[in-house]
Design a protein around this ligand. Structure first.
Ligand SMILES: *[C@@H]1O[C@H](CO)[C@@H](O)[C@H](O)[C@H]1NC(C)=O
Length: 287
């Protein structure tokens, strides 16, 4: 009798967990501050009780920007985080970074002050790159990254990668579309991009384009199809400087595996596709 009651209880608990689709459901009697997820993984109650803070950059319409009438940070990322966390009863909140993306990652010294000083737990929508993976971890990508390509000044006479030498190539400093990415995707190891021909430009894409226009270098690595690339000669196919796209970037000691599981449920429910339609974006990686 006592046994069958336990069995019944077990199925009731199991049923509740599967109705919610997404786990964390405390199993009575099993314990020591642990919550058993359906796939047998355990999550400490401390982790579940924690509020996970997601840092989001600004100037990233329609994903994250400031509403000019209310001053509130709005966009697709805020809705996505709220819905994914809600799906699994996880406590989440966002931290708006505005222009201070270097608090998430500063390529000049490979630091991630905001993550390492524990101002927040994750940085939203960062490209998974080999360099960043040396110090940080990523969830599964949920958005595609903007593709990159090498563009030449029309007066340079350069039409293929082989024509470049000995001209110099401009890159935006501290950005993931870097010389490593160009070497990997456009030079294929055979013609190695000589470090002495690499020019790093401090500033944004407008500055890189200005310097290309002024022939400070004849070739630049630029986001495909960006404003200002129309008059240039695209000398390579487009390529992806990330591994799989944009994801949540975390410290290596933060267990964010719950995010991937919840996101999968969120995607399966159709909510992800709906959100991407609402924001009219083709950059979602539908699971
Ligand atoms: C990195 O993140 C993935 C996905 O969340 C996770 O499965 C993996 O265990 C993490 N690795 C480390 C070292 O934390």
């Amino acid at each position: 009798m006592a046994f069958s009651l336990q069995v019944m209880l077990f199925f009731v608990v199991l049923g509740t967990a599967s109705i919610r689709g997404c786990f964390p459901s405390s199993t009575p009697g099993v314990g020591g501050g642990e919550v058993v997820m359906p796939d047998g993984e355990k999550m400490s109650e401390k982790d579940m009780d924690k509020t996970y803070l997601f840092a989001v950059e600004g100037n990233w319409f329609p994903y994250s920007s400031v509403d000019k009438y209310t001053g509130k940070a709005v966009g697709m990322m805020y809705e996505m985080i709220k819905d994914v966390c809600h799906m699994c009863d996880m406590k989440c909140d966002t931290v708006f970074l505005g222009d201070n993306a270097e608090r998430c990652y500063d390529a000049s010294d490979m630091s991630s002050r905001g993550l390492n000083d524990r101002h927040f737990d994750a940085c939203v929508g960062w490209g998974r790159t080999i360099s960043r993976m040396n110090t940080l971890n990523f969830t599964r990508p949920f958005m595609t990254a903007t593709m990159a390509a090498l563009y030449a000044h029309p007066d340079s006479g350069i039409t293929t990668v082989a024509d470049i030498f000995p001209a110099s190539v401009g890159f935006r400093a501290a950005y993931y579309m870097d010389a490593l990415c160009a070497r990997r995707n456009a030079f294929f190891g055979s013609d190695t991009l000589d470090p002495s021909s690499v020019v790093y430009v401090d500033g944004d894409w407008t500055t890189v384009l200005e310097k290309l226009t002024n022939r400070e270098f004849d070739v630049a690595l630029l986001p495909e199809g960006r404003d200002g690339t129309d008059g240039l000669v695209k000398i390579t196919d487009s390529f992806d400087c990330t591994h799989g796209g944009l994801a949540m970037m975390t410290r290596k000691d933060v267990d964010m595996s719950w995010w991937d599981k919840c996101f999968m449920d969120y995607a399966m429910s159709g909510m992800q596709e709906q959100l991407c339609m609402n924001y009219d974006t083709k950059r979602c990686i539908l699971m």
